[in-house]
Design a protein around this ligand. Structure first.
Ligand SMILES: Nc1ncnc2c1ncn2[C@@H]1O[C@H](COP(=O)(O)OP(=O)(O)O)[C@@H](O)[C@H]1O
Ligand SMILES: [Mg+2]
Length: 468
């Protein structure tokens, strides 16, 4: 998230194009990239990233000692495989360049560099947070592209909290750290039932951490994986609550910038909470991205076209696009644009026409489809102009009524995608939608059959004239 204005001095292209370097796992979660993953101990892989996984130096010393146990415990390698690597390591100790256990596990292909990087980052985060004053770490809750989240207890207030721990490499840039604290403090000012509350930011050893409200439940991403498609009325309920959260944040100058199913939490009691407000801007910082070269920074499935283009001013409409893409995924079971790599996906966000969600899920109401399409208009000016308008339409479609705002903008967008601000509605504007509505398709068939009959009659007349 960032605060609107002041505008930034430099374009944000690098931030938002960072995902070009990424790979997505098959189920769509962001994962560090295998090839060239930071943390490889490849000779000559660049001094700036040292000490690294497998180097067996500095902070990795404890990790190297624990590594064998960790990979066996997590089921990545067998005890026999680890033993073999230990033996090889001892043999190589006499060499000029002794090999580490991490090197050998990868060379022998017992674990992938990606798995190794993940094990290492979790190990380090856990180790460091064992010493966060005032908190007791209980267990790991999850891990994202750049951080690990733990369940903890805040001792002074005796309450459960979630603690997000950043890897030390992210702390290398003073700009990043400054922004992280600034945004963390600012986010702590937000107070809304649909926003995961920010409590605290701090540093423990090499790690910076962010303490927030613990949400007992699951993410929308988890739910989609379980049920594939979320029922329309439940999806609308979730989107309405997130739109309320965004209205609160946007009014206070915050843009989230990373609205996605993994950042929407569903508490067991039924409430919906938007997570990571105050983090996305700091976390997408260029220096942070560079420091973590080769790892993942974000999922391009929900990113707005203007963020991809690296526009200097990213406004509330970017969050509406992300929420629209999330809505699309919830009700169709598919992300709006798929591609073999992040840049292919981003290219489609910029150029490809969206497959209407009700073409994928024919049970979806036309109202929801129209709202989603308006939320995902390529030009931010064609999206909802405020959360108030969006909430109005969401209320209508929740009642089974047609949306109020979605129609007109959809027609304009369809008709003249490049000419924003158009005030005339060309006839073509209704064409694509016309294929969909049962009433309109009947009219289309009548015209077609009528045309055929006229053509037959003309032919018959010509034939008669020729013969006579
Ligand atoms: N406040 C929270 N309460 C409970 N679990 C959380 C909280 N924040 C994050 N998590 C869990 O930790 C995981 C990792 O979070 P994060 O680092 O933000 O990555 P991402 O958003 O990409 O999943 C989430 O997917 C979620 O399962
Ligand atoms: Mg998150």
């Amino acid at each position: 998230m960032t605060r609107t204005p002041p505008p930034k001095q430099r374009p944000e292209a690098d931030d938002d194009l960072a995902p070009l370097k990424l790979a997505e796992s098959s189920e769509g979660s962001t994962q560090p990239v295998d090839a060239g993953t930071a943390g490889e101990s490849k000779p000559g892989s660049g001094g700036s990233q040292a000490p690294e996984m497998g180097s067996g130096e500095g902070s990795t010393g404890g990790f190297e000692t624990m590594l064998g146990k960790l990979v066996v415990r997590t089921g990545l390698a067998t005890a026999e495989e680890v033993e073999l690597c230990h033996a090889l390591r001892q043999e190589s100790a006499q060499n000029e360049r002794p090999q580490t256990l991490a090197d050998l596990l990868v060379t022998k292909q017992f674990v992938t560099p990606r798995q190794l990087a993940r094990v290492k980052s979790e190990f380090e985060a856990k180790k460091s947070t064992e010493h966060i004053p005032g908190y007791e770490i209980m267990k790991k809750l999850g891990a994202g592209a750049m951080a690990t989240v733990f369940l903890g207890r805040q001792l002074s207030l005796d309450r459960l909290v979630a603690i997000k721990v950043l890897p030390p490499k992210l702390s290398a840039s003073p700009n990043f750290i400054e922004r992280f604290y600034k945004e963390g403090r600012a986010a702590a000012q937000l107070n809304h039932p649909n926003i995961v509350n920010a409590y605290d930011v701090g540093r423990a050893g090499d790690h910076h951490y962010f303490v927030m409200e613990y949400v007992d439940g699951q993410t929308v991403h988890d739910l989609i994986r379980k049920v594939k498609r979320i029922k329309e009325d439940e999806a609308i309920r979730i989107v309405r609550q997130v739109a309320n959260a965004l209205r609160h944040a946007h009014r206070r100058g915050f843009i989230h910038r990373d609205i996605k199913p993994k950042n929407i939490m569903l508490a067991t009691g039924g409430s919906v909470k938007l997570a990571d407000l105050g983090l996305a801007r700091a976390m997408s910082d260029t220096e942070a991205a560079e420091a973590e070269a080769g790892r993942a920074y974000g999922t391009p499935y929900y990113i707005s076209p203007e963020q991809i283009r690296g526009e200097v001013t990213i406004g509330p409409a970017a969050d509406i696009y992300g929420l629209g893409a999330t809505f699309y995924h919830m009700v169709t079971g598919r992300v709006p644009f798929e591609g073999k790599n992040p840049s292919a996906v981003m290219h489609k966000h910029l150029k490809a026409e969206l497959t209407p969600p009700d073409h994928i899920n024919p049970k979806l109401s036309a109202g929801s489809a129209q709202v989603i399409e308006m939320m995902m208009a390529k030009d931010p000016r064609d999206r909802y102009h405020s959360e108030a308008d969006l909430l109005h339409d969401l209320k209508l479609i929740a009642q089974g009524a047609p949306p109020h705002f979605a129609h007109r903008s959809l027609e304009l967008t369809d008709a003249a995608p490049a000419a924003s601000g158009a005030t005339v509605m060309p006839a073509g504007g209704n064409l694509r939608r016309a294929k969909r509505g049962p009433l309109d398709s009947t009219a289309f068939m009548i015209v077609l059959i009528g045309g055929l009959i006229v053509s037959l009659l003309v032919n018959a007349v010509v034939l008669v004239m020729l013969l006579s």
